[in-house]
Write a protein that binds this ligand. Structure first.
Ligand SMILES: Cc1cc2nc3c(=O)[nH]c(=O)nc-3n(C[C@H](O)[C@H](O)[C@H](O)COP(=O)(O)OP(=O)(O)OC[C@H]3O[C@@H](n4cnc5c(N)ncnc54)[C@H](O)[C@@H]3O)c2cc1C
Length: 289
């Protein structure tokens, strides 16, 4: 049911991460975290119910974006898409994430929506999810029993479901330091630019001249969760990226996925176009025209 009216809930405003964790521990699945609210509020107007919204608004010190060439990028729980877009370090060293931020919704929404909120929403259409999945890294979770890190390779479990436990808050995303020859790229297809993706894709390549030493490829909107294309990655590993290889990749992607029909597109369209989109992100990462 879609309505303009929010259902009733209690808004809780902890001032520290510890207080937020203790509220989550107390209310368990009766509570939800709200950060930018651009997913939660829409969901609540469409039938999602929660008794308590635990807002991060009053917790200071979580809106950082810090790059260190030896340890990589740290993005705090309240860092917005606009902050990512303003970062020269993200643009230079993590172009897939920067490109995802650059096409994300509208300027107003980018000022509110957070990167971590996108990852925790666990939608297969999430643009930051797609870029971050290709880039690799860890999500830092803090719960009543302390902190732990979960690799992005083990984070998205089912539609809307992550490895986060019910009493945990995601406090940080860590992306690895770029190594020599690292390149990455992101693209998406939408009906209009403000719409969510019909299909999105990202590539992260470690190149040695024309040869690809390692590849991570991710694709969204073709299953209930975002996917890594491990069979296609294997074709790239150790190979020179030629036009012939790219054509083989287009075919291989079509065989590796079993897309879904949903409100934004059809399985048939996605199956035909996915391989071409992957070819384009690989080509863009390699800076070919
Ligand atoms: C008009 C519109 C356009 C949009 N366009 C795009 C788009 O182009 N691309 C795209 O990918 N998405 C888009 N979205 C979806 C949404 O904006 C993003 O997913 C956004 O990044 C969510 O961030 P948020 O801070 O608003 O999350 P919230 O709505 O606050 O939270 C989202 C989910 O994450 C959980 N959560 C948030 N923070 C934490 C935390 N620290 N720890 C644990 N759980 C947490 C919440 O409980 C909730 O389940 C759009 C939404 C709207 C309304």
């Amino acid at each position: 049911m879609n309505t303009r009216i929010m259902p009733e809930f209690d808004l809780l405003l902890p001032e520290t991460v510890e207080q937020a964790v203790s509220l989550l521990d107390k209310y368990q699945d009766k509570a939800s975290i709200i950060s930018g609210g651009t997913d939660v509020c829409v969901a609540m107007k469409s039938g999602y119910r929660t008794d308590f919204l635990i807002s991060l608004a009053k917790i200071s010190g979580l809106d950082y974006l810090e790059y260190d060439p030896s340890t990589g990028l740290r993005i705090g729980a309240k860092t917005t898409i606009s902050q990512v877009l303003s970062s020269a370090d993200v643009k230079t060293y993590y172009p897939a994430l920067w490109q995802a931020a650059s096409i994300f919704a509208t300027p107003q929404l980018r000022n509110t929506a957070t990167v971590i909120g996108n990852l925790l929403r666990a939608s297969p259409a999430g643009d930051c999810i797609c870029a971050v999945y290709a880039l690799g890294g860890n999500i830092v979770l803090q719960g009543a029993e302390g902190q732990r890190e979960v690799s992005v390779d083990e984070f998205w479990l089912a539609y809307g479901v992550t490895a986060r436990k019910v009493d945990e808050i995601a406090i940080e995303l860590n992306l690895p330091a770029p190594v020599k020859g690292n390149r990455s790229s992101f693209k998406r297809l939408t009906r209009t630019n403000e719409d969510l993706a019909k299909l999105n894709a990202a590539a992260h390549l470690e190149m040695d001249g024309k040869k690809c030493k390692q590849a991570r490829l991710s694709i969204g909107c073709v299953a209930a969760i975002p996917m890594r294309l491990e069979k296609t990655e294997a074709l790239l590993k150790g190979a020179e990226i030629t036009d012939d290889l790219l054509e083989k990749i287009v075919t291989n992607v079509g065989n590796e996925i079993s897309p879904i029909d949903d409100v934004r597109s059809t399985a048939e369209y996605r199956n035909q176009v996915a391989g071409v989109l992957i070819k384009r992100v690989i080509t863009q990462a390699c800076c070919k025209s």
